[in-house]
Write a protein that binds this ligand. Structure first.
Ligand code: DLL
Length: 414
């Protein structure tokens, strides 16, 4: 769709969705009243979106479980939930329309990755309250793929199934794919010759990590994005074969980038916090939701793949992930980026934070081949981060593994 038509559709859907929220939910009505909007005619057009209040995780927490829901409970057909890094539970209800909308977004992602009807796709995120398993499932059904709904865990069986049934596409949480990769290196089955495509997300991952997975498995890796609050995996988009930014499904979501401190909108190209408005959801459409994710708008021009949807950069981290040590601010992803540059370092690591007598001590535990020393790791981290955490090298297979999102940062004394 030409960008001007997408914009027209966004304007029209925005009008619908804010009226829908205002008319069907008391919390939204109250929040809008707080900024002086007390009559329907005062609701702004899309160009005035920044007049509306921001919605935060705190709003979800305060209105747990269904205070933000805009439909009667008996019209809900499914729900998902995240406990989130901050621990506040977010419940996301879906009606029939929303389930179709999710399936549409996720199906676009599968098709964009090169998966075609009938291709075997192995869905390894867990099936349950976490949205990863079911979201990939709804989309794969819509795209006509052959679904292997394995869920997470039992890695040996995953590999056997992938070999026996000729899995072409893996959908996974990034760290679980690393687990599968390790098992392939050490187990009886070394190669999955039919595997061509990896659709991975739920965590930030560096380009270095992407390249390692690609070369170890001989596949093309895609970075899929979404979250419970926007309706789950794939709702926000994915990178295409040009791998030059994540295409956000702009007919479905409107994106803004704000400065988290001033709450002001930032121009294209500047990194800030992504704020999302769901334009085509009914049960709980988020309006100006502060995602906590750091990114920037990189392109609005048509992509070489032919798509016209805006592109954002891969997620650099979360606003609440930022660590401070010895006066230097850094994100876990920067540590990963630096580690992946060291030959012989393996993709399992943890950042250990310990406050000793008021002084913050940071060490990086990482698995590596025998020739890599702690000194090598420290030296490289110092060059890249501007301060020197302790570097402790571990034998392969000794750091804790996860079947869902990895716990990269460990606080020792709290
Ligand atoms: O993690 C949805 C998902 C499942 C995405 C499977 C991809 C694959 P939540 O548990 O609600 O939902 O967590 C959402 O995870 O705000 C980001 O901080 C992070 N996240 C999700 N995808 C990516 C990604 C799922 N591709 C939170 N890159 C989001 C970086 C991501 N971070």
């Amino acid at each position: 769709m030409p960008p001007s038509e997408i914009r027209k559709l966004q304007e029209q859907r925005f009008q619908q969705v804010i009226r829908w929220a205002w008319n069907n939910n008391a919390v939204y009505k109250r929040k809008f009243a707080e900024v002086g909007i007390t009559k329907e005619e005062q609701l702004p057009p899309l160009s005035g979106i920044d007049e509306l209040p921001l919605l935060s995780k705190e709003d979800f927490r305060l209105n747990y479980p269904l205070g933000l829901c805009c439909i009667p409970k008996n019209e809900i057909r499914e729900m998902h939930m995240s406990s989130g890094s901050t621990g506040s539970a977010v419940v996301m209800p879906y009606n029939e329309h929303d389930l179709n909308q999710w399936a549409e977004c996720m199906a676009r992602c599968w098709i964009m990755s090169g998966a075609a009807a009938g291709d075997p796709v192995q869905i390894t995120p867990s099936f349950g309250l976490f949205n990863g398993g079911f979201g990939m499932y709804h989309g794969a059904r819509k795209a006509g793929l052959f679904v292997l709904p394995t869920g997470s865990g039992n890695t040996e069986r995953q590999i056997k199934l992938a070999k026996d049934l000729g899995t072409k596409v893996f959908g996974a949480v990034v760290s679980y794919m690393v687990r599968i990769m390790e098992m392939l290196e050490s187990g009886d089955i070394k190669k999955l010759p039919d595997l061509k495509i990896g659709v991975f997300g739920a965590e930030s991952f560096s380009d270095g990590m992407k390249r390692r997975i690609e070369s170890a498995l001989g596949i093309e890796v895609f970075d899929i994005y979404g979250m419970t609050e926007t309706g789950g995996v794939g709702t926000l988009g994915m990178d295409c074969k040009a791998h030059n930014g994540i295409h956000v499904w702009e007919d479905q979501y409107y994106c803004e980038i704000i400065d988290s401190a001033t709450k002001k909108n930032l121009p294209d190209g500047e990194q800030g916090e992504l704020v999302v408005t769901a334009l085509n959801r009914q049960a709980l459409p988020v309006i100006r939701f502060k995602t906590g994710d750091l990114t920037k708008i990189v392109y609005r021009e048509k992509c070489s793949c032919g798509r016209t949807h805006v592109r954002i950069s891969s997620i650099a981290g979360r606003t609440d992930d930022m660590l401070i040590a010895k006066g230097v601010n850094f994100f876990p992803l920067q540590v990963e980026r630096a580690l992946m540059e060291i030959p012989g370092v393996l993709p399992q690591y943890q950042i250990i934070i310990e406050d000793i007598d008021g002084v913050r001590d940071v060490s990086v535990h990482v698995e590596a081949e025998e020739h890599v020393t702690g000194y090598m790791v420290e030296k490289h981290l110092k060059e890249r981060l501007g301060f020197s955490p302790k570097g402790d090298v571990f034998k392969p297979g000794t750091l804790p593994r996860s079947e869902g999102k990895a716990k990269r940062v460990v606080y020792k004394n709290n």
